[in-house]
Ligand binder design. Structure first.
Ligand code: NDP
Length: 396
């Protein structure tokens, strides 16, 4: 099982968790362009059976895993004439990730659902290409220490963290003084709270620079995405909160910056295209050729930078609060955010209500300074219940 050496390169067998999503489909595009380097060994989806079947027929993975039990028969019957094995649910996924042929697991599912499979992949000694930032937000201490224990690399896929990771190449001896995560500012940059109170789901889903899944698009509009990225950066690069800053850069060309102790700054730049950081993580440490569009200076004569507005976009301030508090607080903010974003997408709460409910969850859920995995699971569960109640009781 699993393809092996068939060219001058060792073929990498990759498990793509969330292959039907925005990151997952772009990862498959990278594989489509590099069939001699990468093979999709496992593909997974939550419920999008149609796309999962289509992907399996094109990429011939050894395994597909669908999370929704009700879709299992449909996928099984569509792939019955192929060699692909069809599995269902988290336990079967976690067991599959132990297959020795797999060398990299791309975590591209959305939300808290990524935590358990990521931990399973690390325990199985697989390097992780991490897109699923929620995993590090919820349990960054646990994930990074487990990765150290198992000698596993965590290769960032998020464009900002990939930028920092790329800037750090060759700088192993040089401590970071500070990092600057860039933020586009989203579709509501410069707007005030009165404006934010009126906006709709449709307006919030229009990101100026990136085409992404719905959850991260709303997170980008509310600046929660940048808050989650601050927490993600803390764990990926082992930083204090004081070493992380956010700077708004509406053109999304400078993907982030590192400042070293001599004051020198390195930035990684390029057109906003997630295929580049995905490919970098998949091919690491090599850079491989591609035909993605190149940056042209005359198209961007002005690159601008401004302070992030944490007063209007309270989610960013709340994420810093959660990080400063530590313990289970980042898990609480993540769970509350997942609930309010899902409810906002169903037009059940207003844009500003999202921050109100998140803040209330942070003040009501019991703080646990040194949580175990069970504590994280329980904090996630009870926060979701509370956030849901607060949504039900709130007026739009
Ligand atoms: P999408 O919503 O586009 O895709 C999510 C994927 O996860 C789909 O394959 C979906 O399956 C699957 N999925 C959703 N819920 C579950 C679940 N409960 N169990 C198993 N699988 C599930 O998300 P994105 O691709 O936009 O984002 C994925 C992750 O990458 C997120 O953590 C996001 O923050 C991060 N990221 C995304 C970026 C982007 O440009 N999109 C940029 C940087 C980071 P199905 O299709 O069946 O619903």
């Amino acid at each position: 099982m699993g393809k092996s050496f068939n060219s001058e390169f060792a073929l990498k067998n990759i498990a793509i968790l969330g292959s039907t999503g925005s990151i997952g489909t772009q990862a498959l595009e990278v594989i489509r362009q590099n069939p001699d380097r990468f093979h999709a060994f496992v593909l997974t989806a939550n419920s999008n059976a149609g796309l999962l079947i289509k992907q399996a027929l094109e990429f011939n993975p050894e395994f597909v895993v669908i999370a929704e039990q009700s879709k299992l028969d449909e996928v099984k019957s569509a792939l019955s004439h192929t060699e692909t094995r069809v599995l269902c649910g988290q336990d079967e996924l976690c067991a599959t990730l132990e297959r020795p042929e797999i060398s990299l697991v791309l975590t591209a599912m959305v939300g808290f659902a990524g935590l358990i499979p990521t931990l399973a992949a690390i325990r199985a000694g697989k390097d992780i290409a991490l897109a699923n930032k929620e995993t590090l937000v919820v349990a960054g201490d646990m994930v990074t220490s487990l990765a150290k224990e198992h000698g596993v690399k965590i290769l960032p896929v998020d464009s900002e963290h990939s930028a920092i990771f790329q800037c750090l190449a060759g700088e192993e001896q040089n401590p970071i003084e500070k990092i600057y995560l860039t933020a586009s500012g989203g579709p509501f940059r410069g707007k005030d709270r009165d404006f934010l109170a009126t906006i709709t789901r449709k307006e919030a889903l229009k990101h100026p620079n990136w085409v992404m899944g719905e959850k991260i698009t709303i997170d980008s509009a509310s600046l929660m995405n940048k808050g989650l990225e601050v927490i993600e950066a803390k764990w990926l690069f082992d930083l204090d909160v004081s070493q992380i800053d956010v700077i708004v850069h509406p053109q999304s060309i400078v993907h982030s910056l590192v400042q070293f102790r001599d004051g020198s700054m390195k930035a990684q730049m390029g057109l906003p295209d997630m295929k580049l950081p995905i490919q970098y993580a998949m091919a690491y440490p090599e850079r491989i050729e591609n035909t993605f569009p190149r940056f042209n200076f005359t198209d961007f004569p002005n690159l601008s930078f401004e302070q992030a507005d944490k007063t209007t976009f309270r989610n960013l301030a709340l994420a810093f609060d959660a990080l400063n508090a530590g313990g289970n607080m980042p898990c609480v903010i993540n769970a509350a955010n997942e609930v309010v974003v899902a409810e906002f997408l169903k037009d059940r709460i207003g844009f500003l209500k999202m921050s109100d409910i998140i803040e209330q969850c942070m003040s009501e859920i019991t703080f646990i300074p040194d949580p175990s995995l069970d504590d994280y699971l329980e904090s996630d569960r009870i926060t979701r219940i509370l956030a849901q109640e607060l949504v039900t009781n709130s007026k739009l």
